[in-house]
Design a binder for this molecule. Structure first.
Ligand code: GDP
Length: 197
């Protein structure tokens, strides 16, 4: 039940994350891709992921409990043009460490604006997940911004790129719209599969 998600804590680094009990699913994405909206749509809670957008908290890992043993995790958004090199390096170190070392992480959702899919950092994050055989679900969100044809063409193109890279057993892709609640069942199904192990 994704509706009972509640904020539990923020962590500035992997050392301050909650104990590795149960299973969690993490959300990553470029800033402004629609990650907070997707989390809010999934949990049917318009305010849930807002906390993580407060400037200064953007580098934190935010945890939302679904039950005693399952969690959603909102990872820091990336791709800010104005961020210093030092902060970018810190972000890379944190995220890479989280994906490589967090044993209770069952899968990673990577949220992309369907109009700008597979940017440099998206690929970087997905590659870190693939390195540790972590399943990835790509959410091509804001699908309502494109007509059906172009949205479907983007979906097929992104899927094809994973097939050509030989990682289509680990990576799934879907279209999504927080505005229209479209693709919600497919997202829930993927996450439920991961969270029940
Ligand atoms: P985040 O920075 O990745 O958390 O992005 P947000 O969820 O805050 O969304 C960034 C902007 O895109 C906001 O203005 C949202 O209202 C808008 N947005 C997010 N999802 C959708 C969507 O599915 N459709 C449309 N049309 N706009 C969206």
């Amino acid at each position: 039940n994704f509706q009972c998600a509640s904020f539990t804590q923020s962590a500035p680094s992997i050392r301050e994350c909650p104990p590795e009990q149960g299973l969690e699913v993490a959300f990553a994405g470029r800033s402004n891709a629609g990650k907070s909206s997707a989390i809010n749509t999934l949990t049917n809670n318009k305010k849930l992921a807002r906390t993580s957008k407060t400037p200064g908290r953007t580098q934190l890992i935010n945890f939302f409990d679904l039950s005693d043993t399952t969690r959603l995790v909102d990872l820091p958004g990336y791709g800010f043009a104005k961020v210093s090199r030092q902060l970018k390096e810190q972000w890379q170190e944190n995220l890479s460490e989280y994906l490589h070392e967090r044993k209770c992480l069952a899968g990673l959702v990577v949220v992309m604006d369907i109009r700008h899919p597979m940017q440099e950092y998206d690929t970087l994050v997905i590659n870190w997940a693939i390195e540790v055989a972590m399943p990835v679900h790509v959410l091509l969100t804001k699908a309502d911004k494109l007509k059906k044809g172009p949205a479907q063409a983007t979906l097929l193109q992104v899927r094809k790129s994973f097939k050509e890279a030989g990682v289509n057993d680990l990576v799934t892709v879907q279209t999504f719209s927080s505005l229209k609640n479209a693709g919600l069942d497919q997202l829930k199904q993927t996450l439920s599969g991961w969270l029940t192990g």
